[in-house]
Ligand binder design. Structure first.
Ligand code: PLP
Ligand code: TYF
Length: 389
C-alpha cells in the first residue's frame, strides 16, 4: 500500500544542515538555515528563558492538557508585545499554536473555511508560505516584491498588482526582517498599502517572526501597528522561535483582529475547531516561558537587553559586509539598510555551489545568506572569497 507514495524532496534549507555537518573542513561557514548565532557560532538559550524554565520546574503544578485555545494570559501578553497600543481595545480572537508555522496553517485553514479564494504573495518569499497556503486549498497569486539585481523593493508594482485584487482576497505581508531579502517597507509605504487594503476590502495576514532583530522591538512592529489602526479586520501570525530563541519548543500564536466581539467569538471557535481536527491542543512549555518572561518586569528587561545585543551584532556584521562586498557589487551597499537575519545576494546557482565546494561556505542555491552565521573574525576572509567569484 505504501508503494502508492512517491519519494518527496527534502526541504532544501533543512537539507543544508546535514550537508554542512558532514563537511569536515576547518573554517567552514554556515550561512544557511535561519537561526541566530553568536560570535562562537552557537545558538544560545536566552538568560531569561533559562530563568523562566527554572521557575516553571519549581512551580508548575500539572502537565494536564491546556485547552485548545492555549493559555489566555500568554496570548494577551504576546499580543501586547506585538501590537502595543494598536492592539488595545480591539475585539480579537487568539489561539496558541505550534510555532509560527502552526499559526500560518490555521490562518490558511480558516481562510479556506471562509471561502477566501486567492492569497497574494510577494516574491520572493519564505518557500513554506506558498506550500502552506496551497496545502489548505487556497489559490496563491504572486506579485513581484523585490528585484535581486538592483536590491530594490518593487513597491509600485506591488501596489499595481494589489489594486487588481478582488474584494475578499487575502494578502500576506512580512511585518519586518523580510525572509529572504531583508528588505523593508518605509512608514509611508506601510500607510499606502494599509489604505489600499482597507479601500479594496482585502484581508491582510501579517507574518511576524523576527521581532527585535531589525530596528528594535517596537520599530519592527510599527508597520503592522499602522495597518491594524487602518483596517477593520486582519490576521496576525506570531512566531516566538527567533524572538525568544524557542525554536524547538514550537511556540507561536494566531490572532484575528475583528470589528466586533461577536465576530471575534465566532472566529475563535472556528480556529479551535480547526486545531481540534489537526493537533488538538498546543504545546505548553514555550508559551509558559514567554508568559513568565513577559509577566515579570526584571525578566522582560533582561530579555530585551539580550535581544538588543543580538540585533546590534547583526547590524555590525551587515555594515562590514556591505562595505566589503560593495567594492565589487556597488548595489550591495543595500545590505546595510536591509534588516534582520537575511539578505539575498545576486548570485547564480553555480556561484553558490562553487563557494560551497571550494571554500566551505554554505548557503541555499537561492543566494540567501544568514548574516548571523558570520563571526566578526571571519567576515574579511568570507568577503575575499565572495570577491574571488
Ligand atoms: N515565518 C517566517 C517568515 C519564517 O522565516 C519562519 C521560520 O522560521 C516562520 C514563519 C515560522 O517559524 P516557526 O514555525 O519556527 O515558529
Ligand atoms: O527560512 C529559514 O531558514 C527559517 C527556518 O521548513 C526554517 O525560517 C526553514 C525551513 C523550514 C522551517 C524553518
Amino acid at each position: 500500500m505504501f508503494d502508492a507514495l512517491t519519494r518527496q524532496p527534502d526541504d532544501p534549507l533543512l537539507a543544508l544542515i546535514g550537508l554542512f555537518r558532514a563537511d569536515e573542513r576547518a573554517g567552514k561557514v554556515d550561512l544557511g538555515v535561519g537561526v541566530y548565532r553568536d560570535e562562537t557560532g552557537a545558538t544560545p538559550i536566552f538568560r531569561a528563558v533559562k530563568e523562566a524554565e527554572r521557575r516553571l520546574v519549581e512551580t508548575q503544578p500539572t502537565k494536564a492538557y491546556v485547552g485548545p485555545e492555549g493559555d489566555p494570559v500568554f496570548l494577551d501578553r504576546l499580543w501586547a508585545l506585538t501590537t502595543g497600543e494598536a492592539g488595545k481595545g480591539r475585539a480579537t480572537a487568539a489561539l496558541q499554536t505550534p510555532g509560527g508555522s502552526g499559526a500560518l496553517r490555521l490562518a490558511a485553514d480558516l481562510m479556506a473555511r471562509m471561502g477566501t479564494k486567492g492569497i497574494w504573495l510577494g516574491l520572493p518569499s519564505w518557500p513554506n508560505h506558498a506550500s502552506i497556503f496551497k496545502a489548505a486549498g487556497l489559490e496563491v497569486i504572486t506579485y513581484p516584491f523585490f528585484d535581486i539585481p538592483s536590491q530594490a523593493v518593487l513597491f509600485d508594482r506591488m501596489m499595481e498588482a494589489l489594486a487588481g485584487a478582488a474584494a475578499g482576497d487575502a494578502v500576506l505581508l512580512h511585518a519586518s526582517c523580510h525572509n529572504p531579502t531583508g528588505a523593508n517597507l518605509s512608514a509611508e509605504q506601510w500607510r499606502a498599502v494599509s489604505d489600499l487594503i482597507a479601500e479594496k476590502g482585502l484581508l491582510p495576514l501579517v507574518d511576524i517572526a523576527y521581532q527585535g532583530y531589525g530596528r528594535g522591538l517596537d520599530e519592527d512592529a510599527a508597520g503592522l501597528r499602522t495597518l491594524l489602526a487602518t483596517v477593520p479586520e486582519a490576521l496576525v501570525s506570531v512566531s516566538c522561535s527567533k524572538s525568544f530563541g524557542l525554536y524547538r519548543e514550537r511556540t507561536g500564536a494566531i490572532y484575528a483582529a475583528c470589528s466586533n466581539s461577536e465576530t471575534a467569538l465566532s472566529v475563535r471557535t472556528n480556529l479551535a475547531a480547526l486545531a481540534r481536527t489537526s493537533y488538538s491542543m498546543p504545546p505548553d512549555h514555550g508559551a509558559a516561558i514567554v508568559s513568565t518572561i513577559l509577566g515579570d518586569p526584571a525578566l522582560t528587561a533582561d530579555w530585551k537587553a539580550e535581544i538588543e545585543t543580538m540585533r546590534l551584532r547583526i547590524t555590525t556584521i551587515r555594515e562590514r559586509l556591505a562595505a566589503g562586498l560593495s567594492a565589487r557589487w556597488q548595489v550591495l551597499t543595500a545590505i546595510r539598510e536591509q534588516e534582520g537575519m537575511f539578505s539575498l545576494l545576486p548570485l547564480e546557482e553555480a556561484d553558490v555551489l562553487k563557494l560551497r565546494a571550494e571554500h566551505a561556505i554554505y548557503m541555499p542555491t537561492s543566494g540567501r545568506i544568514n548574516i548571523a552565521g558570520l563571526k566578526t573574525a571571519e567576515v574579511d576572509a568570507v568577503i575575499t572569497k565572495f570577491l574571488s567569484l
